[in-house]
Write a protein that binds this ligand. Structure first.
Ligand SMILES: Cc1cc2nc3c(=O)[nH]c(=O)nc-3n(C[C@H](O)[C@H](O)[C@H](O)COP(=O)(O)OP(=O)(O)OC[C@H]3O[C@@H](n4cnc5c(N)ncnc54)[C@H](O)[C@@H]3O)c2cc1C
Length: 133
């Protein structure tokens, strides 16, 4: 009963998040390590294959090596940013900034589309169906 009330309170107070839905239930898995307050600074490459990630954590620069693949999910702004600082982007621009080019991909970071919205709110003094009559 306490658990049910606890869950109800939790649902009433917090908006559900991807962390609560997908990450927290599997945190105890032996093949999963989650470092919080970590900031990825660079994808590590061997030739042109991503093999790991370099990140700041606990005032240290750390490296995590991938056995199979690196999945980048830094959001709409930071995913292309991390690709570019790692050497994937417009080769000419990267060279100007002293970033070694791994792959010349001029499209990286160039197609962000802002979806502007306008919200109209109305107050109605009659139910909608009556207005139609
Ligand atoms: C105001 C707003 C309202 C929205 N409302 C809705 C909605 O109602 N319904 C809906 O379906 N979608 C909504 N969206 C869209 C939705 O939020 C995104 O589509 C979704 O969050 C994308 O998920 P993601 O995991 O790709 O990126 P994100 O949710 O952006 O997650 C990226 C994460 O990576 C972290 N990160 C970035 N760079 C680094 C780095 N270098 N090192 C370590 N971590 C890093 C960020 O801190 C962040 O936690 C909304 C978006 C906005 C901005």
């Amino acid at each position: 009963m306490c658990t049910v009330i606890g869950i109800l309170i939790k649902f009433a107070v917090f908006r559900w998040s991807t962390s609560q839905a997908y990450l927290r239930p599997v945190l105890k898995r032996k093949n999963l390590q989650a470092d919080v307050k970590a900031f990825a600074t660079r994808i590590l490459f061997e030739k042109n294959r991503a093999v790991g990630v370099e990140y700041h954590h606990d005032n240290q620069i750390k490296r995590a090596r991938a056995t199979k693949e690196v999945i980048l999910c830094g959001g709409a702004f930071n995913s292309p940013h991390l690709l570019m600082v790692s050497g994937i982007g417009n080769g000419e621009e990267l060279r100007k900034l002293g970033i070694p080019v791994v792959a010349n991909r001029p499209g990286v970071g160039q197609n962000l589309q802002d979806h502007l919205e306008m919200h109209f709110q109305h107050v109605s003094f009659k139910p909608w169906e009556k207005q139609q009559q």
